[in-house]
Design a protein around this ligand. Structure first.
Ligand code: 6R9
Length: 652
């Protein structure tokens, strides 16, 4: 077999931003954390585990006797909901706001920690009354409303692993996930608000429960969110939350579970094959999400107002809406809707209204805001913001600069956090009070994490070269397996490089040894013998003042193996004139070298995205190669593909 050359390192980025002096002076975590962790990694994590309140303190830290099946803190016992709720109330913080809820239509709810405690207790009592016992699986299919967080915590309180299914998924996707996890109860709502309209959820549950493999679901607990939908009702199976949960006692004694007790299963969409049920457990997971939320956002729970814009249906919502912030006693915003309903300044209006200090969002949203124009955030007072986070995709340096300048007033540090559903918690990120940040780079493993970049033969690449991102030591929040499929766990993550976790992402080390993510390995393009990263070409395109967003793919080409084909979205106001394509090709050539010049460039109105906002390059490759489109079910909006195909002169 031909040995593939390593991924090229073409993009050079010289800009550096030092942490603000007063943030650095009062930072939760300093450079000493790296040294402590390097000297004794398990000892470092054992110290972080003390952030939690254990019913039985662990004496063991890591059991790696049967790799890659890890056990962390195995002889410790704790209750996750107690750690996220009750202990704060016991510590006198019952009146602190846990959640500022903002519904899309503008309705609001303020929930203190004391109120959260009674809501979670009532929900736990309700689930118990529905027969849920420790170890039973519960599916949660809800919009972004407080009950989503309450339901997760109620399950955690009972030791009943939840499987949250994103509310935008179809009845089929829901049925597959209910079946795979063998869930017995489903928690849902009549509907939610999306782009100014009520959008139904319950009918999808009814449909899912007609599919084979879901017969064992005995109860469906239904939140009345919109009250505007006619919904079907199955007596004896369906119960209203407001009738059944609200009449339960608001007292409930939490039971302590083993640190390795399953906490949740979360399915990764995955581009091929059946979705993988990623299994996370209790003590190690909570330790790492709590620590990283404290360290990476420099959270000061007394004064900060934190907002993560993700959906609880994704891992970012699990770890950085529910478990991380609440275990730290944070005050957070929970927003139901989309960034442009009813207007394109909605997010900035929310930041201003609640005085948000820490914002955690995704590059796709930042690029959308760039496209809508600088004048929109400029209308709002964003001066409360002091730390900005990014997650989900590589952030193009120009999007990073825009985020810093137009949202962060050229002062707030940006933490670009690399991690995955599988890693459970953040793995690579700058620290806001320590790191000199570089636009577009996740930079370095967090204290206690070991990661590097290797070549095809598993050798670490020298600084200045590209390869594959691997994790070289076990970490507390790591997935424990794929639910019901240990072999797939071994094959997917641990077989590519012996003894190392293969993340599936391309990456490079720059001259300082800092790590840059280069996109999924499956998307890397082979052009005339060079492996070229999609991320670098996209970033070069986004660096042109007329481009807001870009997606590039390698399309089969008789001369060069693959040819670079770029789809670009222009910034508000930029015209699609004749010279544009040449101008962009020249610009990329100048930024990265002639080899990276796209052969074709197509301005488009939208790009195909997964429901969590990641660009789906596979579909664009199908278009560029004039193939029939593959599976489009995970797309947010499948009509964008028709628009893109219509633009292609060669398409049928
Ligand atoms: C948290 C989350 C994981 C994949 C991951 C990578 C991409 C996430 C990133 C990033 C570059 C970052 N990714 N964060 N790429 N820089 N800061 O998104 O989990 O949905 O499982 O996706 O997302 O490709 O492998 P998940």
């Amino acid at each position: 077999m031909d040995k593939r050359p390593s991924i090229s390192n073409m993009l050079k980025e010289e800009r550096r931003f030092a942490p603000p002096a007063d943030l650095a002076a009062h930072a939760n975590v300093t450079a000493a954390a790296y040294e402590e962790a390097a000297a004794d990694r398990p000892g470092f994590w054992a110290a972080q585990a003390k952030r939690l309140t254990w019913a039985t303190e662990p004496t063991e830290t890591l059991d790696w006797s049967n790799p890659p099946f890890a056990k962390w803190f195995a002889d410790g016992k704790l209750n996750v909901a107690y750690n996220c709720v009750d202990r704060h109330v016991e510590n006198g913080l019952g009146d602190r706001v846990a959640i500022h809820f903002e519904g899309e239509p503008g309705d609001t709810r303020t929930i203190t920690y004391a109120e959260l405690q009674s809501e979670v207790c009532k929900a736990a009592n309700a689930l118990t009354a529905l027969g849920v016992r420790s170890g039973d699986r519960v599916a949660i299919y809800l919009p972004m409303i407080p009950e989503a967080v309450i339901a997760m915590l109620a399950c955690a309180r009972l030791g009943a692993p939840h499987s949250v299914v994103f509310g935008g998924f179809s009845a089929d996707a829901l049925a597959t996930r209910i079946h795979d996890a063998d869930a017995r109860v489903v928690i849902t709502a009549d509907g939610g608000y999306r782009r100014g309209k009520p959008s139904a959820l319950k009918p999808a549950v009814d449909e899912a429960l007609t599919r084979p493999g879901t017969e064992d679901v005995r109860s469906v607990l239904v939140v009345r969110r919109t009250g505007q939908q006619d919904i079907g009702w199955t007596d004896g199976r369906d119960v209203w939350w407001h009738e059944f949960v609200d009449r339960q006692s608001d007292r409930h004694t939490p039971e302590a579970f083993d640190a390795e007790h399953p906490l949740f299963i979360l399915y990764t969409s995955g581009t091929t094959g059946k979705p993988k049920g990623i299994l996370h457990t209790t003590g190690g997971y909570l330790t790492q999400v709590s620590y990283t939320h404290h360290a990476v956002f420099d959270l000061k729970p007394e004064t900060d107002v934190y907002w993560c814009t993700a959906d609880v249906g994704w891992v970012t919502g699990h770890s950085y809406i529910t478990y991380g912030p609440l275990s730290n006693g944070a005050t957070e915003v929970l927003y139901e809707g989309t960034p442009d309903s009813p207007h394109q300044g909605r997010w900035w209006e929310i930041v201003q209204k609640y005085g948000v200090t820490i914002l955690y969002t995704a590059p796709t949203a930042i690029r959308a805001c760039m496209k809508w124009g600088d004048d929109i955030p400029a209308k709002f007072d964003l001066s409360s913001l002091r730390v900005l986070g990014s997650v989900g995709e590589p952030i193009n340096p120009e999007a990073w600069m825009w985020y810093r300048k137009h949202i962060g007033a050229d002062a707030a540090p940006i933490v670009d956090t690399w991690w995955q559903t599988e890693t459970g918690a953040m793995m690579l990120s700058p620290l806001p009070g320590v790191t000199d940040t570089k636009p577009g780079s996740a930079q370095l493993p967090l204290p206690g994490i070991a990661a590097t970049v290797v070549d095809d033969d598993a050798n670490e690449v020298p600084d200045g070269s590209g390869g594959y991102l691997v994790l070289t030591e076990p970490w507390p929040a790591m997935l424990r397996t794929i639910w019901g499929d240990d072999q797939r766990y071994l094959d997917t993550y641990w077989s590519r490089f012996a003894g190392k976790y293969f993340a599936g992402d391309g990456a490079k080390k720059d001259e300082d040894g800092d790590i840059w993510l280069l996109g999924r390995v499956d998307d890397v393009m082979l052009v005339s013998g060079h492996n070229i990263s999609t991320t670098e070409v996209e970033s070069a395109l986004v660096a042109h003042p007329k481009v807001a967003e870009a997606a590039v793919v390698g399309a089969t080409d008789p001369q060069t193996t693959q040819a670079i084909c770029a789809f670009v979205i222009l910034r508000g106001g930029a015209a699609e004139d004749e010279g544009l394509v040449d101008e962009l090709r020249t610009h990329v050539g100048r930024q990265l070298g002639p080899i990276a010049k796209p052969k074709r460039i197509l301005p488009v109105a939208e790009l195909p995205k997964t429901r969590s906002g990641k660009i789906m390059r596979r579909l664009l490759r199908d278009v560029a190669e004039n193939r029939d489109l593959g599976d489009v079910t995970t797309l947010t909006d499948s009509s964008v593909m028709d628009l893109i195909q219509a633009k292609l002169p060669s398409a049928a």
